[in-house]
Design a protein. Sequence first.
Length: 346
Amino acid sequence: MASLNKNNAKYIPFFIGFALLWIFIQWNVLLKFGITETEAIVDSYLSNILLAASCFLVFNNMKYYLPKNEKYWYIVAVSFVLSCCWLILIRVILWYIFKSDDHYLATLQQSSTIRFGFAFLMIGCMSTISLLWYTQKDQQRTVEQQKEIQQLAKDAELFKLRQQLQPHFLFNSLNSISALTATQPEKARHMIQQLSDFLRGTLKKDDQHKNSLEEELQYLELYLDIEKVRFGHRLKTEINVEENIQQMELPSLILQPVVENAIKFGLYDTIGEVTISITAKKADETLVVTVQNPFDAETAQPLQGTGFGLASIKRRLFLLFARQDLLQTKTENDHFITTIIIPQII
């Protein structure tokens, strides 16, 4: 049987009221044909109870079988067959109850065409309503499934983008540790400890979609400590954060690959000291983080990497916020500037 949820239950009083009103109207109409009140009451009640059962049968059937291409023919055929069955059944039952009353039986015979037409109309209306109802429900279910599939695909891609970070950074760090092992074993041990702390923090943050700016900067400091072991005095950093924005939120682990990109293109083609500048401020209810690194336009060359660069960060931001303008880059006075704009969704 079709189950009624809370949203559908509010229509029950309306249908009950309509049924009682129609029974009353039919009862009064039958009295005008000269039959007794008892016969009119029994006729109207039995006729409408069986008709309601037929309509319910149609509604329940649509729940399990929803016609597609042949839906209009299906409605006509179902309405015609059920109307015929209903008319035959009600005539047999009423004939059996009032078979001794010739006047009633004559009236029953004369009203058969009208009865059939009304039953066909009511069942047809119920079939159409049921078809529209379940078609709409089916469409809603399809839309919800598509949204769920899209969300799963989006989450999977975000997870993949985030997981690309660890191997990329880990390989670089292990290479540096390997190089330090022979010449500076103390630094190598120190870097291993820092790398352990960094990766432990990564595992704790894997299930988080966003962090506060304060948490993200703490995590970034761990990364920078490792990089400073790799590059020594050559790597300098400046972090400037506007007051009262430490609790603003941003996607977890979004700054580290941007800073890594700045280090790669700021230090790999130079031998002197390089300062990486990181600033964060609030602008129009958004968090704006800017990362700057100097570069030499004459010696800078595209470097081969693992493919985890600014394009991947831009893709991640698009998946999270559905905007293409949240990662911006420009060059100014021999500085490469990367700006990340993080909307604060309320």
